[in-house]
Design a protein around this ligand. Structure first.
Ligand code: NAG
Ligand code: NAG
Length: 430
């Protein structure tokens, strides 16, 4: 699983840096003349050396620093999504001293290095002390969030703090749904025991809903450690676990070299992207394991129907879409319904790729949207907002986990590019 495999690989970071630099330099020069000529030049909208937070007052911040409740170096931004003037940014509790796990920055502000504002408030982001039970609205730790077309924010709370250290399971993994117009918690759904496996790790959530039919919403939650997908129905107030061989990682594609750090991961299904609504009323769910290079799909007609989803006879409803090519391991994906283009982070390539799902998936049809071996090291998350902008977050996570980041460098960046600019000149444009 993610955490164990990561810790067992700490020793592997001390490799020949000089040789690697030379190789990287060569790759960079070759790329400049070859494949990436059309890749858009991305300028960060936001960037940070270390994250700062919008504390209620100076004394509170100083107390949090003194007491260790806030350790600036341990706050890594990981997931994002946008709603109107709010850009949500998650900060999972990998290590101790995370100030707040769910935050936003105000897009009206012109500050390029803004302080994060806890969402919905500080209280919801405060860890219970000792064996205190978390309150109904407490968010322990979240990796990714999802804004839906009904003005709601869906948060996947793992319930686990200090993942990298001692690890404390404060609560069972739960889905929290907020009304973005009122900032009120609409619902907290605790996962059932049948949804969980020993190695379960729920770091992502996508929401399947149509405007005007907001109650009939489903969430698909990949289990990257237990190799499954949990389906949650808001209307039925129920959830079920789906398994398939395609949810597993690919043993031949678990080796990573990112920002000078070498490591091996076994993360299964993680990146999900929903397609357009088909004539039958259902979408296609495109999915892939993180430690893998192939893309698969299944109709939500299968997933939404508990009987069909858990029936072994549904095995053949899952399709192989294709092979993206060497070193195309991806943590996140999202689909633009207007162009039918999926965007994919490219962890092993310091880049972002695209694929027009109307074309067969193969390395030739995989376009490069952006590539930058400084600014796009570990493109952790990406999302498309309601105005068809693509948002990308890069955060050097392997260096953060295995050796620590340098506070005098820009470590975290968020980029924004319109979909049309992103695909211009790539095989994804028509
Ligand atoms: C929803 O289901 C949970 C069990 O998973 C139950 O505890 C809760 O009472 C249910 N809520 C409603 C409104 O039925
Ligand atoms: C759910 O799937 C089963 C087959 O697995 C099918 O018999 C049933 O009609 C489906 N239910 C709905 C509501 O589509």
């Amino acid at each position: 699983m993610l955490t164990e495999d990561l810790s067992s690989n700490i020793l592997q970071q001390h490799r020949s840096v000089d040789a690697k630099m030379l190789i990287l330099l060569t790759i960079h020069i070759v790329c400049a003349f070859a494949g990436f000529a059309n890749a858009a030049q991305l300028t960060p909208v936001f960037e940070w050396n270390e994250l700062t937070f919008n504390w209620p007052d100076k004394q509170t911040e100083e107390y949090a620093l003194r007491s260790g409740q806030y350790v600036p170096a341990n706050n890594l931004p990981l997931g994002l999504d946008r709603w109107k003037d709010k850009l949500f940014i998650t900060v999972p509790r990998w290590k101790n001293g995370v100030a707040a796990t769910l935050n936003y920055v105000d897009l009206k502000s012109s500050n390029k290095t803004p302080s994060l504002i806890p969402y919905p408030d500080w209280k919801s982001n405060t860890l219970p002390v000792g064996d205190q039970q978390p309150q109904e609205g407490t968010i322990i730790s979240t990796f990714r969030v999802s804004v839906d077309s009904c003005d709601r924010l869906w948060v996947m709370d793992t319930g686990l703090a200090d993942i990298w250290g001692e690890g404390k399971q404060h609560s069972t993994p739960a889905i929290l749904i907020y009304d973005l117009n009122t900032d009120k918690l609409l619902k907290r759904y605790v996962m059932q025991s049948g949804d969980l496996k020993e190695d379960s790790f729920f770091a992502n959530i996508v929401v399947d809903v149509t405007q005007g039919n907001c109650e009939n919403a489903f969430a698909y939650i990949p289990d990257l450690g237990g190799y499954g997908i949990v389906v949650y129905s808001l209307q039925e107030n129920n959830s079920w676990r789906v398994k398939h061989n395609f949810f597993h990682f690919d043993p031949l594609n678990g080796d990573f070299n990112v920002g000078g750090v070498n490591f091996q991961w076994t993360d299964g299904v993680f990146g999900l992207a929903l397609g357009r609504i088909q004539p039958n009323g259902y979408r296609k769910l495109y999915f892939h394991a993180l430690a893998a290079i192939r893309e698969f799909s299944v109709s939500t007609e299968i997933l939404r129907n508990k009987t069909a989803a858990t029936d072994p006879a549904s095995y053949f409803a899952y399709k192989l879409e294709g092979n993206r090519g060497d070193k195309t391991q991806s943590s996140a994906s999202d689909l633009d319904e207007k162009t039918n283009v999926i965007f994919l982070t490219q962890l092993n390539k310091d880049s972002v790729a695209c694929w027009n799902v109307d074309k067969p998936l193969n390395p030739q049809n995989l376009g490069t949207v952006a590539h930058d071996n400084q600014a796009l090291v570990f493109t952790n998350d990406l999302k498309i907002d309601a105005e068809r902008n693509l948002w990308i977050l890069s955060d050097r996570m392997p260096a953060f986990l295995y050796r620590g980041l340098k506070p005098n460098e820009i470590n975290y960046r968020i980029f924004k590019v319109t979909i049309d600019d992103a695909i211009m000149g790539t095989p994804c444009a028509r």
